[in-house]
Design a protein around this ligand. Structure first.
Ligand SMILES: [Zn+2]
Ligand SMILES: [Zn+2]
Length: 325
């Protein structure tokens, strides 16, 4: 029923605002991974969700219908639908390789209905092909946990000693890529979270400990995945001179005031916002080479609220994925 309605809407060119319907694809969703951003959206911590809203922005599924102007994918193709759902393509950011910063960007599961659903509509130009070596469930966490993690890893520079603060879905993928690049990984978790620390060691970390412990050596860079502002001065205190601290989340509690001494020595603090399609293409090719294997727990779509609650409790090792269809 939904399918028929959407198909006729596609023909009429009237769905998937702001993407023109003729450029949209209708995707039968196979899997949708959860992201911490979904919690921020559901909890009302982000400013302008398009309510009522279907969350979910790590979608893998099969194209079952395509608008007449779609050129990049065909019916039957398997695609991934990420957070970045549409950009204007004309602004100063879009025309200089920084479409992630587009002021008019629309995001999946925030401005556009997402993947906690049997079907999703997306602008075909923002979908990625999915490597056949991955199942839907395995590929889904790559689309944000992996992709934003990859952008954060690039922002962290080339340093060989990498700290990961918060060892969840994104960090466990970044750790695999960093190890592939020959870097050493130091995982920092909540105090006493031995399960996450053991998980980090299994994922190749050289050292894992709590925020109450002292790292065994200085870091060249740190990526903060946990949405906790107090980790910024902590990470700054852990990086060597010239070190970079990257805040990878879309939302973070206030950063406490810090002494200039912590920033001195050409240390850098920066954020990472969204993704570009280039990030996606690069990362998905790299993930296949590493190869990245996300550790995944699955729940059916009907258990979406249970899945969100598990994510909120921080008891998830790796990624949580909703299985659909
Ligand atoms: Zn733009
Ligand atoms: Zn996300």
């Amino acid at each position: 029923m939904i399918l028929d309605a959407t198909r006729s809407a596609l023909r009429a060119g009237s769905v998937a605002e702001p993407a023109p319907g003729v450029g949209a694809v209708l995707v039968k969703v196979g899997a949708c991974a959860l992201c911490r951003t979904d919690l921020h959206v559901v909890d009302g911590e982000l400013d302008h969700p398009n309510l009522p809203l279907i969350p979910g922005h790590q979608i893998v599924g099969a194209v079952v219908a395509a608008g007449s102007a779609v050129e990049t994918v065909r019916v039957g193709d398997r695609v991934g639908i990420p957070w970045l759902g549409w950009t204007d393509g004309t602004c100063i950011y879009c025309t200089t390789g920084r479409e992630n910063l587009c002021d008019r960007a629309r995001f999946t599961g925030y401005d556009i209905d997402g993947g906690y659903a049997e079907y999703a509509v997306a602008d075909a130009r923002f979908c990625f092909p999915v490597d056949p070596s991955y199942t839907d469930v395995e590929a889904a966490p790559l689309l944000c946990a992996g992709l934003i993690g990859y952008r954060a890893l690039n922002a962290a520079g080339d340093g060989m000693r990498l700290g990961l603060y918060g060892f969840g879905a994104s960090a466990h993928i970044v750790a695999q890529v960093a190890r592939y690049q020959g870097r050493r990984v130091f995982a920092v978790t909540r105090p006493g979270d031995t399960a996450s620390q053991e998980f980090a060691i299994r994922m190749g970390a050289t050292w894992a400990g709590g925020t109450d412990e002292t790292l065994p050596e200085e870091l060249d860079a740190a990526i903060i995945f946990a949405p906790v502002g107090a980790l910024v001065p902590l990470a700054l205190g852990a990086v060597a001179k010239g070190g970079i601290v990257v805040c990878a989340g879309i939302h973070m509690s206030d950063i406490p005031s810090l002494s200039y001494e912590l920033l001195w020595g050409e240390r850098t603090v920066r954020s990472v916002a969204n993704l570009t399609r280039r990030d996606g293409t690069e990362f998905l090719a790299l993930a296949h080479r590493v190869p990245v294997h996300a550790q995944v727990d699955t729940l059916p779509l009907a258990e979406a609220n249970t899945a969100l609650a598990r994510l909120r409790d921080g008891k998830v090792q790796g990624a949580l994925v909703l299985t659909i269809n």
